[in-house]
Design a protein around this ligand. Structure first.
Ligand SMILES: [Zn+2]
Length: 149
């Protein structure tokens, strides 16, 4: 990695900042990331957050499709009369979807800030976000299973 004199860099492990032309962090010996690297990690998070938001959207669309068109085939003459189970399921899916979008938004917004912080913190945020998505999907799966009985 090139070390231009006076270039801002930050330790990947402990977030210590330096302008010195050294290869590794003086405090912990961790890898020092230049601004380009910090920025590219941030960009990756933006892309990942957007992708997850899209996945949540597709999941919601899929659940809605299943709820309305497969679990209870619509009567073409009374399209507006959706049965209570499908309606409740759709509302729940909507709530999960909304939660997913807010999670994604929160994460995407945070990723911007992380451009000036460490990759370690980004990994922790990622874990939290994935847990939220996973829990949402698990909840939908359980509800789908219950509704299917
Ligand atoms: Zn360090």
């Amino acid at each position: 990695m090139s070390t231009n004199p006076g270039e801002f860099r930050q330790c990947r492990k402990c977030a210590r900042e330096t302008y010195d032309p050294i290869e590794n962090c003086r405090k912990c010996g961790g890898e020092l990331l230049g601004e380009d690297r910090i920025r590219s990690v941030g960009s990756l998070n933006y892309a990942l957050g957007t992708l997850l938001a899209v996945i949540m959207g597709l999941t919601f669309a899929g659940i809605l499709f299943l709820a309305v068109f497969i679990m209870e085939p619509p009567k073409l003459n009374s399209v507006m009369k959706i049965d209570p189970v499908s309606r409740d399921l759709s509302i729940f899916a909507g709530l999960v979807f909304t939660g997913g979008i807010f999670s994604a938004g929160w994460y995407i917004r945070r990723a911007g800030r992380r451009q000036q912080e460490t990759a370690r913190l980004e990994a922790r945020d990622m874990t939290i976000f994935m847990a939220i998505i996973g829990a949402s999907l698990a909840a939908v799966t359980i509800l789908m299973a219950l509704a299917g009985e």
